[in-house]
Design a protein around this ligand. Structure first.
Ligand SMILES: Nc1ncnc2c1ncn2[C@@H]1O[C@H](COP(=O)(O)OP(=O)(O)OP(=O)(O)O)[C@@H](O)[C@H]1O
Length: 458
């Protein structure tokens, strides 16, 4: 879609010539003869950019700029200044104008400034939307006391430069904690560089982390920057640090102590300002005893220890996580929003989740793709999730069924709710048709839908 530009000038010849070149470039143009008119056009049409003359009757350019910036702080404005108003034009950039062009206008200069401004605002929009996707993807969900404590801990430590060691089982969210520490710190606009020490062969890790000089080894045809170079000013996340060799550990220790290192095959010392955040699912104290991990590095990293709780320890978060991942995957797959039946949620809460949040996330993704209807019941949940309990407590029947509820009333309500949802689904969520098929008054069905909190939006 072509961007719309508002030209504000009291001279008709200027308006016409600007319209000509801007439209040739593919922009849509609007006009106003003075500031008062400009304000009303902006309010109605919200252009991408305003070209604003300084000297105009009624309301001049500076006053108009001030009003526009008050009302629409992100609107891009380029000032056009006549002879003798250059100083004012310079002042206008301090008031938030993007640029100014001098009169008599060089049409080339106008176009250059307009194209730059439009390019900038497109980049900014793109950047904002990518940023919100990234932030959403890395949102940490959890309201349990353990997660609240973790969040508070992050808020306290993030703004400092302290090194951090994050421990916890696989899939508990250690990387998310590392990212939150970065995004809550002053370094948020600088890089967050991640490296999985277990995924890179021992002989390559040094050059990955510290880079190498040309000719350092066969195949090193050019100098290459390492992750520590790339993370300068930002944060480096050393995942699975328990798998790092002793030699590499020594180099990382030196960076923590002196902020210095040498590239592989090089003699030049490189200085960097990098915050180190490390994670492991190993018990490093045991690795120290076994001679696999340097004790001094451990103490350097462990200044502020973070322990991410397993999902078993905070099963109260499971319903929230289910909702969050249902939102994410239904949206991503363009599916209608699905919902979990209460007893299916209960079943998920009682499972012990050896793969933690990652395992839960994968199951929800699969359920969103594989479930044709709108509701997810215990029957759709993979058997192994309820298997232990099924044989232990229920004599083989699925746990979470009405049999498990303590009172007859609860059991009846549970059944009624599920029955109504299934019937609504069969009738495409049409209330009249559903009411007729189950031989219930329409108003009565409405009441039940409301009292069970059944979500009617598709
Ligand atoms: N609290 C949470 N809220 C939302 N998503 C989460 C949460 N915790 C983990 N996840 C998601 O679960 C997945 C695994 O998390 P992450 O990679 O951070 O775990 P990890 O502890 O670093 O795992 P590993 O030890 O295997 O490297 C990711 O997709 C992450 O987005």
């Amino acid at each position: 879609m072509s961007a719309t530009i508002l030209v504000v000038d009291d001279e008709e010849s200027i308006r016409t010539s600007l319209a000509g070149i801007l439209e040739d470039e593919g922009y849509r143009t609007l006009f106003a003869v003075d500031g008062v008119e400009a304000l009303s056009v902006v309010q109605q049409e919200m252009p991408a950019l305003v070209l604003l003359d300084i000297w105009m009757p009624r309301m001049d350019g500076m006053e108009t700029l001030q009003k526009l910036k008050e009302l629409y702080p992100v609107l891009t404005v380029i000032m056009m200044s006549g002879h003798g108003t250059i100083e004012t034009a310079v002042k206008s950039t301090k008031m938030g104008a993007y640029d100014f062009v001098e009169k008599p206008l060089s049409l080339e200069k106008v176009l250059l400034s307009v194209n730059n401004a439009i390019g900038m605002s497109r980049l900014k929009e793109e950047n904002d939307s990518l940023r919100s996707i990234v932030l959403r993807d890395h949102e940490m969900i959890g309201a349990s006391p353990l997660m609240k404590q973790l969040a508070e801990h992050i808020k306290l430590v993030a703004p400092t430069n302290a090194s951090v060691l994050i421990t916890g089982e696989n899939g508990t969210g250690k990387e998310l904690v590392a990212r939150s520490i970065h995004y809550d710190s002053q370094r948020r606009d600088k890089p967050f560089i991640e490296i999985n020490c277990a995924a890179i062969p021992e002989e390559l890790i040094e050059s990955e982390l510290f880079g190498h000089e040309r000719g350092a080894f066969t195949g090193a045809v050019a100098q290459k920057k390492g992750k520590f170079d790339l993370a300068d000013g930002g944060t480096i996340f050393l995942d699975e640090i328990g798998d790092m060799s002793l030699k590499t550990q020594a180099k990382v220790l030196r960076i923590l102590q002196e902020r210095k290192f040498e590239r592989v095959g090089g003699t030049k010392t490189v200085e960097v300002d990098v915050r180190v955040v490390a994670a492991t699912n190993k018990v490093l104290e045991d690795e120290i005893k076994a001679g696999n991990f340097r004790e001094d590095l451990f103490y350097r990293l462990n200044v502020v220890p973070f322990k991410v709780p397993s999902l078993r320890e905070r099963s109260d978060d499971i319903p929230l996580l289910i909702e969050h991942f249902l939102d994410t995957f239904c949206q991503r797959e363009g599916r209608e929003r699905k919902m979990f039946m209460p007893e299916a949620v209960e079943l998920m809460k009682r499972y012990d989740w050896p793969g933690n949040v990652r395992e839960l996330k994968n199951i929800i993704e699969r359920l969103v793709i594989m479930t044709p209807g709108r509701t997810i019941t215990v029957n759709q949940i993979p058997d192994y999730i309820g298997a232990g309990e099924a044989t232990r407590e229920m004599g083989g029947s699925k746990p979470g069924s009405a049999l498990e509820l303590s009172s007859l009333r609860e059991a009846r309500e549970e059944f009624e709710k599920e029955f109504i949802i299934q019937k609504l689904e069969e009738h495409d969520w049409n209330i009249s048709k559903t009411a007729e098929s189950i031989e219930l008054e329409r108003s009565n069905l409405h009441r039940k839908i409301k009292s069970y909190g059944i979500d009617l939006k598709k």
